[in-house]
Design a protein around this ligand. Structure first.
Ligand code: 13P
Length: 251
């Protein structure tokens, strides 16, 4: 079901105590009537501990920042879907632009990752988004459509309903330049439309679509007020309890 989600992607930041203190502080500051699902995506080595801190809380969960496309075996340094499932993590983020760019992940790799995640009953936060060049060349709609269709459109309706999409324009990530709320809404509406064409309007209306890219306390309220924006995938501003909480309270 469509829900509002604010997820903090810590990327490769925070030492152990900094991370655990941040989680503690966020949990303590959460409003008692919180309607938003809050997700922490720490590095793998803190995931077990952070997940344990969240297990008995309503609407607070965790995500891995990545996952292997392989199920198990001789893949040194990789972490499998089965492993994170075995510690009761709920979500995995896949397809982040940093993974696509620096680790050369393709739409086909992500298709395999989606399958292995769903097979292990994990929910998927699937990132997509265009580069500045692609936007300037006006191929951003095609880029996003290809990313989604090539990695996700082989899924059954039932499986697709377990996907959360995160639209993250690369030019807005970590740059301080945010997509305007109208620019973000235009893409979110487009994403919902292509899902509706493939799976029907009802399913499309039930998918949560998050925005990511320099989302901060000062712009979150405006961004989240748009019809097709169901929350945020937050990088820098999720590393500080006060700013993360302000974003969570922006609904
Ligand atoms: P920033 O919020 O730091 O721009 O990062 C966004 C992001 O990449 C979240 O996954």
């Amino acid at each position: 079901m469509r829900k509002n989600i604010v997820a903090g992607n810590w990327k490769m930041n925070l030492k152990r105590d900094e991370g655990l203190n941040l989680v503690n502080d966020v949990i303590n500051l959460l409003p008692s009537d919180n309607e938003v699902e809050v997700v922490f995506a720490p590095s793998f080595i803190y995931l077990y501990k952070v997940n344990k801190m969240c297990l008995n809380l309503d609407r607070v969960s965790t995500a891995s920042q990545n996952i292997s496309k392989e199920e198990s075996g001789a893949f040194t340094g990789e972490v499998s879907a089965e492993m994170i499932r075995s510690i009761n993590v709920k979500y995995a983020i896949i397809g982040h632009s940093e993974r696509r760019e620096y680790f050369k992940e393709t739409n086909e790799d992500l298709k395999q990752k989606v399958d292995v995640l769903l097979k292990n009953n994990l929910e998927v936060i699937f990132c997509c988004g265009e580069s500045l060049n692609q936007r300037e060349e006006k191929v951003h709609f095609d880029c996003i459509k290809n990313q989604i269709s090539e990695s996700l459109f082989h899924l059954s309706s039932n499986d697709f309903s377990k996907i959360v999409i995160a639209y993250e324009p690369i030019w807005a990530i970590g740059t301080g330049v945010t997509a305007s709320s109208d620019q973000a809404e235009e893409i979110h509406k487009f994403i919902r439309e292509i899902i509706a064409q493939k799976y029907g309007r009802e399913l499309a209306n039930n998918i949560s679509i998050l925005y990511g890219g320099s989302c901060k306390p000062t712009n979150a309220r405006e961004i989240f007020s748009k019809d097709n924006i169901d929350g945020g995938l937050i990088g820098g501003a999720s590393l500080n309890a006060e700013s993360f909480i302000e974003i969570i309270k922006s609904f």
